[in-house]
Ligand binder design. Structure first.
Ligand code: AGP
Length: 616
């Protein structure tokens, strides 16, 4: 949500900004803009509603000059519609300064009243322009961009990343962050700022994540980080683990197609280094200490969307293996009640981006109440892992498509490793039992490859069903969150009504939806692994089939019981019952992607969605 890029150096900043904004497109946006200051101190800007190409076309028609200092922004509208006028940058101080913003300034109304009373004029409906006008006023009072910026951010409440440039101080970009992301890219004779490292990884892999309530000023040769009062802050640079090509499509029709295909690697890379001689050990948990892991009485998982479904899958495994009660909560529900948390509670957050605002706030709240927090995250240097007691990174590589796929399987993998680590430390599984589960996990990458080989068939199915208006998904046990995830994928990618249900719930209401021709995907548990549940789900299939449903079963290879009742059967390889979700989700992802393509929709950037939801 909102992409931010800043640059100071010898290059043409406009090229750096437009390239960075393209790499941040996946975050979701509906308008874009840039402001550039040249060495003579001329500030020029351009901004347009719509995709980046609209801005690029505008810059083609009305070029702006080529300075070495600039800021660029993609906006996902919150306050005020997606119009040219509301697009960032916002200008102030007689158009001498430009400011961009990600987040929501919660006290903007009261600040606006104050500024209006002072004679200020506003051109947009945004909260951001208030920060720009305030900064202009402070600059006129101080004549010093850094001091004016500090004074400004101290007045703001809410969540924000801000960047600003001023024509009277060419060669400087100032930035600040509170609850929204901002990362510095350290170059040689040039420096960068970005919402995430994708903005500048093409130029440098050396980065610094700016902490909460900190301000940064970059010039070509210097980076200074302070708190909001101007006190110097120590920073810890890190090396970005992936290069620019990892975030390119590499010949695939979409980022999503590439990321679906990368799932065997996402799982293998997440396992790598964490199973040594058949024993699971997560070194990142050492800082908590085994005693702390032994004394946990309850685990609360907080996450949103697909990440929450990964949490739901992991609940079955962690409870079974480590015998600790696990509850899974949507972060936004968790933080607005009074959850029971104490020092026996371990909060596990799951987030691909590590920037989801509700999840971040849930983690902060839990820690304030005395809980320890572990972050399962895919993005190095992101805010949530930094705000947690320990971080278990998934190694899925950059996920660019808005719909989460490889991050989901990597999250389940990391959580399963965590569950096995806990079981070992707490002595709840024997060595043989641990070894058997480890072997199952290690076999998953190859089994996902086998499922991917059926992609063409699933694609054909999606193309036949391209005018379907509603699809239902049923699952039981670990298949239930997979049914929810299948429905979510279809909603977000193909804009089709879709619902996921626990199969046991069918007769308590959802069966009323079944009418002749209604497509229903059923995630069928293994007849070997779930001898009690398998016949129950087969009965559910018979019940809906008797009412005319068109059944597409996702069933284990060799499961003959589904054949007489299913219209289509998609086979997944044999795996332990807890491991089936890592296989069964793949055809559902492909189905949604192909249906989206069949309808001519934007697979990577579905309408109205942002990759990381950095506002509430
Ligand atoms: C998944 O396809 C979604 N686009 C969405 O539900 C996502 O999983 C959710 O917003 C959480 O994001 P996070 O993992 O970055 O926190």
């Amino acid at each position: 949500m909102c992409g931010i890029v800043g640059y100071v150096g010898e290059r043409n900043s406009l090229d750096v900004l437009m390239g960075g904004l393209r790499r941040l497109e996946y975050r979701g946006y509906d308008s874009a803009g840039v402001a550039v200051v040249d060495d003579e101190g001329d500030l020029e800007f351009a901004k347009r509603a719509g995709k980046l190409q609209v801005l690029a076309d505008e810059l083609g028609r009305h070029p702006i000059h080529r300075g070495g200092t600039g800021i660029g922004h993609t906006r996902w509208a919150t306050h005020g519609g997606p119009t040219d006028r509301n697009a960032h940058p916002h200008l102030a101080d007689d158009d001498k300064l430009a400011l961009i913003h990600n987040g929501i300034i919660e006290n903007f109304s009261e600040l606006k009243e104050e500024l209006l009373a002072d004679g200020a004029e506003f051109l947009s409906e945004t909260d951001t322009e208030v920060a720009a006008v305030l900064l202009g006023r402070e600059y006129r009072a101080t004549g010093d961009l850094r001091e004016a910026f500090r004074r400004t951010v101290r007045r703001l409440e809410g969540a924000f990343t801000l960047l600003a440039v001023h024509k009277d101080e060419p060669g400087v970009v100032v930035g600040a962050r509170r609850n929204s992301p901002l990362v510095i890219g350290l170059g040689d004779g040039e420096n960068f700022l970005g919402s995430d490292v994708a903005a500048f990884v093409e130029f440098t892999k050396r980065a610094v994540a700016i902490g909460q309530d900190q301000i940064v000023a970059i010039t070509a040769g210097e980076v200074t980080v302070t708190d909001f009062d101007g006190n110097a802050v120590e920073v810890e640079p890190f090396d970005v683990a992936w290069d620019a090509s990892a975030a390119e499509k590499g010949g695939w029709s979409s980022f999503m197609a590439k990321e679906v295909a990368e799932q065997p690697d996402a799982v293998a890379n997440t396992i790598r280094g964490r199973i040594v001689d058949g024993v699971v050990s997560i070194p990142e948990l050492d800082q908590l200490g085994d005693d702390a892991l032994r004394s946990i009485r309850r685990i609360t998982v907080v996450a949103c969307g697909t990440a929450a479904y990964a949490g739901m899958v992991s609940k079955y495994a962690i409870e079974q293996w480590a015998r600790i009660p696990v509850e899974v909560e949507l972060s936004h529900e968790f933080r607005y009640r009074e959850p029971v948390i104490d020092d026996g509670t371990l909060v596990v957050s799951i987030s691909q981006s590590g920037e989801t605002m509700d999840t971040l706030m849930a983690v902060k709240y839990a820690r304030e109440q005395g809980a320890k927090a572990i972050s399962v995250c895919n993005t190095q240097g992101a805010t949530i892992p930094r705000e947690s007691d320990a971080a278990v990174y998934t190694h899925a590589g950059p996920e660019v498509a808005v719909a989460s796929t490889k991050a989901f399987v990597a999250q389940i993998t990391a959580l399963y490793l965590f569950g096995l680590h806990l079981a070992r430390v707490r002595g709840t599984l024997s060595e043989e039992e641990l070894a058997a589960q480890v072997a199952e996990l290690q076999a998953i990458p190859e089994k996902i490859t086998t499922v991917l080989e059926q992609g063409e068939r699933v694609g054909e199915l999606a193309h036949w069903m391209s005018d379907t208006r509603s699809v239902l998904f049923l699952g039981r046990h670990v298949g239930y969150p997979i049914a929810l995830e299948g429905a979510l994928k279809l909603k977000e990618l193909a804009y089709i009504h879709a619902e996921g249900f626990a199969a046991g719930e069918l007769k308590h209401g959802p069966i009323a939806l079944i009418e002749p021709g209604q497509p229903v995907f059923v995630v069928v548990p293994s007849p070997r692994g779930s001898a009690t549940l398998h016949p129950k789900v087969v009965s559910n299939i018979q019940e809906i089939r008797a009412r005319g449903a068109r059944v597409i079963a996702i069933a284990e290879a060799g499961d003959a019981a589904v054949l007489p009742f299913a219209d289509e059967v998609i086979r997944i390889p044999l795996a332990g019952p807890l491991f089936e979700p890592l296989l069964a989700v793949v055809p559902l992802q492909i189905f949604a992607m192909e249906l989206s393509q069949a309808k001519g929709l934007d697979v990577d950037q579905p309408r109205n969605l942002a990759k990381s939801v950095t506002v509430e």
